[in-house]
Design a protein around this ligand. Sequence first.
Ligand SMILES: [Zn+2]
Length: 102
Amino acid sequence: MPVCQHCGETWSYKESLKQVLKLRRKMTCEHCNEKQYSSQRSYWVSQMVALPAYLIIIPLMNIIFNVGFLVGFLTITPLLIFYILITPKLLTLSNKEEPLCR
Ligand SMILES: [Zn+2]
């Protein structure tokens, strides 16, 4: 679970999920109210997966298994929901906003 880099408190699962679902890098610690940022690595891990999943996997399923967009969508969505539910556990925090690429 993410640990606030300012006050050292561990965020609860519920709080982390809430922050992840805002889809913003800037988060506020509920213990000390300081700004925290998702680290570069966890930002890519948590928020850059959903879109490619739809853009790549659905057409791929269409080609390989000859399934329509809707079937692909319905297959992937539960997987994505599962993925979103585990991202709070992968989240790591930083006091400063790290550049996304260097
Ligand atoms: Zn804090």
